[in-house]
Write a protein that binds this ligand. Structure first.
Ligand SMILES: *[C@@H]1O[C@H](CO)[C@@H](O)[C@H](O)[C@H]1NC(C)=O
Ligand SMILES: *[C@@H]1O[C@H](CO)[C@@H](O)[C@H](O)[C@H]1NC(C)=O
Ligand SMILES: *[C@@H]1O[C@H](CO)[C@@H](O)[C@H](O)[C@H]1NC(C)=O
Ligand SMILES: *[C@@H]1O[C@H](CO)[C@@H](O)[C@H](O)[C@H]1NC(C)=O
Ligand SMILES: *[C@@H]1O[C@H](CO)[C@@H](O)[C@H](O)[C@H]1NC(C)=O
Ligand SMILES: *[C@@H]1O[C@H](CO)[C@@H](O)[C@H](O)[C@H]1NC(C)=O
Ligand SMILES: *[C@@H]1O[C@H](CO)[C@@H](O)[C@H](O)[C@H]1NC(C)=O
Ligand SMILES: *[C@@H]1O[C@H](CO)[C@@H](O)[C@H](O)[C@H]1NC(C)=O
Ligand SMILES: *[C@@H]1O[C@H](CO)[C@@H](O)[C@H](O)[C@H]1NC(C)=O
Ligand SMILES: *[C@@H]1O[C@H](CO)[C@@H](O)[C@H](O)[C@H]1NC(C)=O
Length: 872
C-alpha cells in the first residue's frame, strides 16, 4: 500500500471534518425541530421534562433513533399533551413513525404534513383535531389513523395517492360528502374504516378493485343505494360491516365469493329480497347478522354448511317458511334470534341437541307445534323467548331441569298442562311469563323454590286452588296472578315481600280481607315501596267496604304545615316534610350554614352548603336558589310533590324555605363521595351496583310518581355514593329545568334535543343515564385526561363499540373482570347506546332500562353482541 503524503492526509481530514460538520448540523436541525414541537404544546404531566439540550435527544422520552442517531420514531400516545400540533415533527428528515394518539391536541392538522417523505406510520387518533383532512400525499405512508377526532368536510380525493397505505381509519369524525372514488386506487389497503361519520351517497363499485382488503367498516353513516356486487371480488375479506346505513336493494349473490368472511354485519338497513343462496356457502362465517331490514323469503336447509356459525341474527325482517331443521346440526350455534318475522310451522324437533345454545328468541312469529325437548342440551341456555306464537303442548320435561335458565317468556301461546314441579324450582330464573296460555292445575300444593324470581306472570290461564304462601323468592317485584280461577285468600306472607311493587290478583275468586300487612302496610312504609297496587275482584260474600275493583294504595309522607317566620332578613315561608327536621331545623340554622367553609358543591345555579341544627346537631344540606327568576311561580305545590318522594336511591328533600328574593332547598345530608371522584378506582362489580341503583331511582321517579319528576341536570358529580355502593341522586324540580337547560347547553352531557328546545321530558334523564353507563364502562369522561375529545363521548362509544372488540372500549381498570363479565358489559354498553339515541323516542323507558340492566347483570355466558330488543 502506498504511503499517503501529507497533502493527501490533510484533504482526507478536511473531508472527514466536513462530513462531521454536515452531520452535526443535521443533528442541530433535528434538535431544533423537536424543541419547536415541545414549545407548541402543553405537557401537564411533565412527560417531556428530559427534553432539553443537556441530554442527547436520542434519550428523550418517546424518541427512538437508529444507530446513526437519526430520529426515526416519536411515540407519545396517551400523555395528556394538549395544544396545537406544529409542523416541525413532520420536518424531521428521517422520521418514520409519529404516534400522538389519545392526547388532547386540538386545532387543525397542519396542511404541510404531507411534505414529509419518510413517514410510514401516523397515528393522531383520539384527539380533538378540527378542520379538514390535509390534502397531499406521503408516498411511504402505510398506516394513517385519524379516527375519533372532530374532522369535518369531505374526504379529499388526494387520499387516493397514498399508494402504499395498508391501514386507513377515519372513523368517528364528522366527515360529510361521498366516499371518493380515488380511494379505491389504494390497492394495497387491508383495513378500511370510515364508520361513524356523516357520509352519504353510494358505496363505490370500484371498491371491488381493492383486492387486499381484509376489513371494511362503513357502518353508522348515511350511505344509500345498493351494496355493489363488485364487493364479491374482495376475496381476502374477513370482516364486512355496513350496519346502520340506508342501503336498499337486495344482498348481492356475489358476496358468496367472499370465502374468507368471518363476520357479515348488514343490520339496520333497508335491504329487501331474500338471502342469496351463495351466502350459505360462506363456510367460515362465525356471525351472520342481517337483522332490522326488510328481507323476506325462506331460510334454506343449505345453512347446514355454516358449520362455524355461532350467532345468527335475522330478527325484525319479513322471513317466512319453516325454520330450517339444518340449524340443529350447527355444532357451535350459540345465539339464535329470529324474532319478529313470519316463520311458520314447527320449531325443528332436534334444535339444541347438537348445538351450544345460550339464547333462543323465536318470539312473534307464527310457529306451531311443541317446544322441542333438546333446547337446553348445551346446559347453557339462559334466555328462552317464544312468546306470541301458536305453540301448544306441555312444557317439556328437559326444560324443567334446565338449571341455567334465567329469563323465560312463553306468553301468548296455546301451551297447556300443569306447571311441572321441577320447573318451579329453577334457581336462576328471575323472569317468568307464561300468561295467556291454557295452563291449569293447582300451584299451592308444591313448594316453590324459585329463589331468584323477580317477575312472575301466570295471568290468563286456568290455574285453580289457593295461592302459594311463597314462591321461594323475597325479591319479587311484580306478581300477576290475575284472570285465573284461584280461590281462597291472599296470603298474608305477600305483605313481607319487600320489593313488591305490583300485585295483580284481579279476575279470580279470592275472598277474605286484604290484610293489614298489605293494606296499611307497616312494612311498605319502611320499604322502598310507595305505590302499591292491589287489584282485586272480590267474591260476592265479601266485606263490602273492600269490594272495590282496583284498589290503589298510595303511601306518601304527610306534608307538614307551611310556617311563616320573620327575622332580620325578611319574611320567610318554611315547610318541612320530615317530622324530625321540623323539630330540629330553624330558619336561622339554614341561613347560618351559608359560610365559605361549609360549601360542599359549587353548582351552576348556586352553591350548596352543609348545615347543622343547633338544637340536636342534625346535619343537612342546603341548596341555594338566589336568582328570583329561577324560583318557580308554583313553588310550593311543586315542592310538595317533591317532598313526598322517598326512595333509598334518592336524596331526600326534607324541607324548603323562601323569601321574595331567595329560596333554599333543604336535603338530608348524605355521607359519601361524589361518583366522579371514585368512579375510575372502582371494580366492575361495584360500578354495576351503582348503575343499578341509579336505574332503580330513575324507574321509581318516572314510573311511580305522578306527575313525573325529572332528575334533570345530573352527572357523576351529582351522584353521591355511600360506603355500601348505594348511589343517591339529588332531584331537581321540574320547573327549575329552565335553569338546567342552560347547564345542559354548556355541558357535554346534554341530550341533543335540549340544544333546540326546552320541551324536556323523561327521555333526557334516559340520555344522561346512558352517558353515565358509558362512563362506568369506559372510565372515560369529557374531563378525562386520556380521553381524546370527540364531538361527544357518546359518538366515540358508539363507534368504538360497534367495532366489536370489548378491549377497545372497556376501562383498562376493569379489563380483568371483563374476562368473566364480558356479556353483561356488552349488554350494558348496548343499553347505554340505546339510551343515548339522538332521537328521544328511540330511547327506552326507565322501566325498560331497569329491566334490561337487571337482565344484563344476570347473564353470564359469553355472547359477542346482542341487540336491545323488545323481548329483552
Ligand atoms: C439511520 O437512518 C438514516 C436515514 O434513513 C440512514 O441514512 C442511516 O444509514 C441509518 N443508520 C443505520 C445504522 O441504520
Ligand atoms: C445497532 O447497533 C448495535 C450495536 O452497536 C447492533 O447490535 C444492532 O444490530 C444495530 N442495529 C441496526 C438496526 O443496525
Ligand atoms: C400508537 O399508540 C397506540 C396507543 O398506545 C397504539 O395502539 C398503536 O399501536 C401505536 N402505534 C401506531 C403506529 O399506531
Ligand atoms: C375540543 O374542541 C371543542 C371544539 O373546538 C372545544 O369546545 C373543547 O373545549 C375542546 N376540548 C379540549 C380538551 O381541548
Ligand atoms: C387512479 O390511478 C390511476 C393510475 O395511477 C390514475 O390514472 C387515476 O387518475 C387514479 N384515479 C383517481 C380517481 O384518482
Ligand atoms: C334513504 O334512501 C332512500 C332511497 O334511496 C331515500 O329516499 C331516503 O331519503 C334516504 N333516507 C335518508 C335518511 O337519507
Ligand atoms: C362470484 O359470484 C358470482 C355470483 O354468485 C358468480 O357468478 C361468479 O362466478 C363468482 N366469481 C368468482 C371469481 O368466483
Ligand atoms: C312483509 O310482507 C308482507 C306480505 O308479503 C307485506 O305486506 C309487508 O309489508 C312486509 N313487511 C315488511 C316490513 O317488509
Ligand atoms: C360451547 O360453548 C362453550 C361456552 O359457551 C364453549 O366453551 C365451548 O367450546 C362451545 N362448544 C362448541 C362446540 O362450540
Ligand atoms: C390532563 O389535562 C387536563 C387539561 O388539559 C387536566 O384537566 C387533567 O387533570 C390532566 N390529567 C392528568 C392525569 O394530569
Amino acid at each position: 500500500m502506498a504511503k499517503k503524503g501529507p497533502h493527501q492526509t490533510c484533504s482526507m481530514l478536511l473531508m472527514f471534518m466536513l462530513l462531521f460538520l454536515n452531520s452535526s448540523m443535521l443533528h442541530a436541525q433535528e434538535l431544533e425541530l423537536l424543541l419547536s414541537f415541545k414549545s407548541s404544546i402543553n405537557d401537564p404531566l411533565q412527560y417531556l421534562s428530559n427534553w432539553n439540550p443537556s441530554v442527547t435527544f436520542c434519550n428523550w422520552q418517546g424518541i427512538t433513533c437508529n444507530n446513526s442517531s437519526r430520529i426515526m420514531v416519536i411515540d407519545l400516545p396517551g400523555k395528556n399533551i394538549s395544544g396545537k400540533l406544529s409542523l416541525s415533527v413532520f420536518q424531521l428528515p428521517y422520521i418514520e413513525t409519529i404516534n400522538l394518539s389519545s392526547n388532547q391536541l386540538s386545532g387543525q392538522i397542519p396542511h404541510d404534513i404531507f411534505s414529509s417523505t419518510s413517514l410510514r406510520f401516523l397515528n393522531l387518533s383520539n384527539n380533538n383535531f378540527t378542520g379538514s383532512i390535509p390534502r397531499g400525499s406521503i408516498p411511504c405512508l402505510e398506516k394513517l389513523d385519524l379516527s375519533n377526532n372532530m374532522l369535518e368536510g369531505k374526504i379529499p380525493t388526494e387520499i387516493g395517492s397514498l399508494s402504499n397505505l395498508k391501514f386507513l381509519d377515519l372513523g368517528g369524525n364528522v366527515l360529510v360528502g361521498t366516499i371518493p372514488i380515488s380511494l379505491t386506487n389504494i390497492t394495497s389497503l387491508e383495513f378500511l374504516t370510515l364508520a361513524s361519520n356523516q357520509l352519504v351517497g353510494q358505496i363505490p363499485r370500484e371498491l371491488g378493485q381493492m383486492r387486499s382488503l381484509k376489513w371494511i367498516y362503513l357502518g353508522y353513516n348515511n350511505l344509500s343505494g345498493q351494496i355493489p356486487k363488485e364487493m364479491g371480488e374482495l376475496t381476502c375479506l374477513n370482516h364486512l360491516d355496513l350496519v346502520y346505513n340506508n342501503l336498499t336493494g337486495s344482498i348481492p349473490s356475489s358476496l358468496g365469493n367472499l370465502t374468507s368472511l368471518l363476520y357479515l354485519f348488514l343490520y339496520q338497513n333497508k335491504l329487501t329480497g331474500s338471502i342469496p343462496k351463495s351466502i350459505f356457502g360462506l363456510r367460515e362465517l362465525i356471525s351472520l347478522d342481517l337483522s332490522d331490514n326488510s328481507l323476506s323469503g325462506d331460510i334454506p336447509e343449505l345453512i347446514v354448511q355454516l358449520q362455524n356459525l355461532e350467532i345468527l341474527h335475522l330478527f325484525s325482517n319479513n322471513f317466512t317458511g319453516k325454520i330450517p331443521g339444518a340449524l340443529s346440526s350447527l355444532p357451535r350455534l350459540k345465539v339464535l334470534q329470529l324474532w319478529s318475522n313470519n316463520f311458520s310451522d314447527e320449531i325443528p324437533k332436534d334444535l339444541g341437541k347438537q348445538n351450544n345454545l345460550t339464547v333462543v328468541d323465536l318470539s312473534t312469529n307464527s310457529l306451531t307445534g311443541k317446544i322441542p325437548e333438546g333446547l337446553c342440551s348445551s346446559g347453557n341456555l339462559f334466555k328462552l323467548i317464544l312468546f306470541s306464537n301458536s305453540l301448544d303442548g306441555e312444557i317439556p320435561k328437559s326444560l324443567s331441569t334446565c338449571k341455567s335458565l334465567q329469563r323465560v317468556r312463553l306468553q301468548d301461546n296455546n301451551l297447556s298442562g300443569e306447571l311441572p314441579i321441577e320447573f318451579t324450582k329453577l334457581p336462576l330464573v328471575y323472569f317468568l311469563d307464561i300468561s295467556s296460555n291454557n295452563f291449569s292445575g293447582r300451584i299451592d300444593t308444591r313448594k316453590w323454590e324459585m329463589t331468584s324470581l323477580q317477575m312472575l306472570s301466570l295471568s290468563r290461564n286456568r290455574f285453580f286452588g289457593g295461592l302459594p304462601d311463597s314462591f321461594g323468592s323475597d325479591q319479587i317485584e311484580t306478581l300477576d296472578l290475575s284472570l285465573n280461577r284461584f280461590s281462597g285468600a291472599i296470603p298474608r306472607t305477600y305483605g313481607s315481600l319487600s320489593e313488591l311493587v305490583q300485585l295483580n290478583v284481579s279476575g279470580n275468586k279470592l275472598c277474605g280481607e286484604i290484610h293489614d300487612e298489605l293494606s296499611s302496610c307497616k312494612k311498605l312504609v319502611k320499604n322502598p315501596m310507595w305505590w302499591f297496587y292491589v287489584a282485586c275482584i272480590l267474591g260476592a260474600s265479601v266485606v263490602l267496604a273492600l269490594a272495590a275493583f282496583g284498589i290503589v294504595l298510595i303511601r306518601g309522607r304527610k306534608i307538614l304545615e307551611l310556617k311563616r317566620v320573620e327575622n332580620d332578613d325578611g319574611i320567610w315561608e318554611l315547610q318541612f316534610f320530615h317530622p324530625k327536621a321540623s323539630k330540629s331545623v330553624t330558619i336561622d340554622d339554614i341561613l347560618s350554614s351559608k359560610k365559605e367553609e361549609n360549601i360542599i358543591h359549587r353548582g351552576k345555579k348556586g352553591l350548596s352548603y352543609k348545615g347543622k341544627s343547633i338544637i340536636n346537631d342534625m346535619q343537612f344540606m342546603v341548596k341555594e336558589i338566589n336568582d328570583v327568576k329561577s324560583i318557580p311561580l308554583n313553588f310550593w305545590p311543586e315542592i310538595a310533590e317533591f317532598g313526598k318522594l322517598q326512595h333509598p336511591n334518592i336524596v331526600e328533600l326534607i324541607g324548603a324555605c323562601r323569601s321574595d328574593k331567595v329560596a333554599y332547598l333543604v336535603y338530608e345530608y348524605v355521607e359519601g363521595t361524589n361518583l366522579s371522584e371514585i368512579l375510575r378506582s372502582l371494580s366492575w362489580e361495584r360500578r354495576r351496583k351503582i348503575a343499578f341503583g341509579i336505574a332503580k331511582a330513575l324507574r321509581f321517579v318516572h314510573c311511580y310518581c305522578s306527575p313525573a319528576v325529572l332528575v334533570g341536570y345530573k352527572s357523576t358529580e351529582k351522584i353521591m355514593v355511600n360506603g355500601k355502593d348505594e348511589p343517591r341522586l339529588r332531584l331537581s324540580l321540574p320547573d327549575l329545568l329552565s335553569i338546567d337547560t342552560k347547564c345542559f347547553i354548556s355541558s357535554a352531557y346534554a341530550a341533543p334535543e335540549i340544544k333546540n328546545s326546552k320541551d324536556t321530558n323523561e327521555k333526557i334523564d334516559i340520555y344522561e343515564f346512558g352517558f353515565i353507563l358509558i362512563e362506568l364502562l369506559t372510565g372515560k369522561s369529557p374531563a378525562d385526561a386520556e380521553f381524546g375529545f370527540h364531538e361527544s363521548i357518546v359518538e366515540w362509544a358508539r363507534y368504538c363499540y360497534s367495532d366489536c372488540h370489548l378491549d377497545m372500549w372497556i376501562d383498562p381498570m376493569i379489563k380483568e373482570e371483563a374476562l368473566i363479565n364480558q356479556n353483561e358489559m356488552v349488554e350494558t354498553m348496548n343499553l347505554a347506546l340505546h339510551c343515548t339515541a339522538t332521537e328521544p323516542t328511540a330511547r327506552p323507558s326507565a322501566n325498560d332500562v331497569f329491566k334490561t340492566l337487571r337482565s344484563a347483570f344476570r347473564t353470564s355466558s359469553c355472547v359477542s353482541r346482542l341487540h336491545f330488543s323488545s323481548s329483552f
